[in-house]
Design a protein around this ligand. Sequence first.
Ligand code: MLY
Length: 288
Amino acid sequence: MKLEGLDPEHPSRFCVLTVAEVRGYRMRLHFDGYPECYDFWVNADSSDIHPVGWCEKTSHKLLPPKGFKEGEFNWTSYLKNCKAQAAPKSLFKTLSTPVTPSGFRLGMKLEAVDKKNPSLMCVATITDMVDNRLLIHFDNWDESYDYWCEASSPYIRPVGYCQETGTPLTTPPGYKASKAFSWVKYLEETNSQAAPARAFKLRPAHGFQVNMKLEAVDRRNPILIRVATIVDKDDHRIKIHFDGWDCNYDFWVDADSPDVHPVGWCAKTGHALQVPLACPTPGCHGVG
Ligand code: MLY
């Protein structure tokens, strides 16, 4: 089946995708015309995927399969030529999510954590909005740092947050007055507005505790879900350890990551679960 979805490496791009494999509630998506090495896994209820025709309907640019020139691509003839089916609309969660007005608008500026360099709070802009999510783009940087988040995300803050909290603000590269950055000036010069503080609805810290068990996707081989333990936490993230594996493989994820699941999730959704090989020694989180 074919569908439209975000490229996880370039989250501002919507692409033509094919379901290449299904495992329980998860599927491997393939970029039409591109090598398999770019395939990636999503849950069936992912907000990153949409039915065929969604881009056109919502005025989003759809990147055609490799080999097509821009404007040359047409779903009807493409599906016919490929003898493929469009994934039925009823399978998509995104169509049933009620959209609540948020106060955020396209083009508004804010301060945001660069998730690829999480120690940096940076000058950023809302460059897209879909359902209840915002696309965060870093001013004067390329799109590879972009990410989608909700109004409740701990990674976004209103203009002035850094100054109030004494946090260094990373200003756009090449911006002249970076030493004495003034939001008032910058907003004027870029002819833009600050996202209103009331639109930010910071969510409370998660309830995960160290030593809790769960089922988590193996990042290095994302077809696999493994038995895992929480070995550390901060306000909005948890550190995952795979039972029976070396601590070198431990990693941090957002507490709302779509790749962590409660105990029993695999059995319930018909997905294989990788169980620890060695019998865990008490206290060592199952390092065998
Ligand atoms: N050392 C990295 C830092 C990039 C930061 C980009 N953020 C602010 C969007 C580099 O120069 O590539």
